[in-house]
Ligand binder design. Sequence first.
Ligand code: BGC
Length: 429
Amino acid sequence: MSKILGYPGDFVWGTAVAAHQVEGGNVNDWSEWELKNAEKLAKEAFDRYANVVPDWNAIKGQATDPQNYISGLACDHYHRYKVDIAILKSLGIKAFRFSVEWSRIEPENGKFSDKELEHYREVVQELKNNGIEPWITLWHRTNPLWVENLGGWENKEIVGYYLRFAEKTVRYLGDRVKFWMPINEPVMSFYGGYLGGIYPPGKKDLFAAWKVFRNFSIAHKGAYKIIHDCVADSKVGIPHAVLYTEPYKDRWYNQILVKFLDYFVNWKFLNEVKDSSDFIGVQYYSRRLFNLTLKSNHGHIQLIEEIKPQGCVSDMGWEVYPRGLYFFLKELSKRCHKPIYITENGIADAKDVNREQFIKEHLLWIGRAIEEGVNVKGYFYWSLLDNLEWNKGFWPKFGLVEVNHKTFERKIRDSAYKFSEIIKNNYLD
Ligand code: BGC
């Protein structure tokens, strides 16, 4: 029996990308880090992924090739944005979330590039000409090299530099852009860069992480004020990564562990910035199951064990668990009465066999949350294009559109047409 689920008339249907992942030709802290780490990442690929992904043979070629980890020309979106915007239009997608690249706009401390600001103005104009609303993220994980040389986000002076860049950009584009997101997933960035050591600058330092936490929070609040001062009627939101966790076998000690993780990852930063946010951007991908343990792992004591998912997983081994998004949305709407947009949700699925179902099931649970009174106002699929998945390189394929990273040819996947049908109908059948 099928049920038709409608979405509010003004529901925003979009897709998202981030500058460094798609533009190509960027020189920033990530591009430097890629060059230094590509060989190592390729060598470690088997140990990292062979037991995690569903089909190691399918990714082996790319994952063990150092070139996979170097952004290079990425999707060449910088030069081909018109082609990509034409694809958005053909699919009926009404909103496009993208980030501007700080290292392009301000390649040297205090020296702003009019040419690059103009480039983003042209992108915005092209979107507008095609009836697509631009949603801009000011910072999506990458820093200019001079920022990195000044100590990166650990240094509180960077907040001032970031706000100067934010103001310049917002003043330049603000007459045409209403929706702004100052910093993408602050929690993931300070976890990856300062606690987990997996993103630049590759640290594992609690004190440094704390400083970055504080500086991101001040930066978000400062940008919120600047954007409102510069752009009448603007809407500023926090794109927030959700780590949806459940306790393995419901054991009491796993419940405590999960509560602890939930508080620190999902709520602590959000609590800090929610009053300086007009909307909350929820970025949801998967569920993680944790077990408290005491094991020896390659000579280290392991305290937290992640349980391998049993059901449907993405090409990266991430569990497909749409219900988790519903649970999070319900909790969020209890704790914070702000409009919610799903600013990222997607799956790495090179063969495009699970993407349609993935999107539909997530939309189903979002629809259910809306029916129960949760104020979800839009959905952005991640991502428009197959792109650089940060420290994993190009092998994970999140795109509605397949990209050949040598010829830059684009091919719209079948699931994109299915997504397009949902958008056109504004309902899920
Ligand atoms: C990030 C994206 C990333 C996606 C999939 C989000 O955490 O904002 O840049 O590609 O997740 O991992």
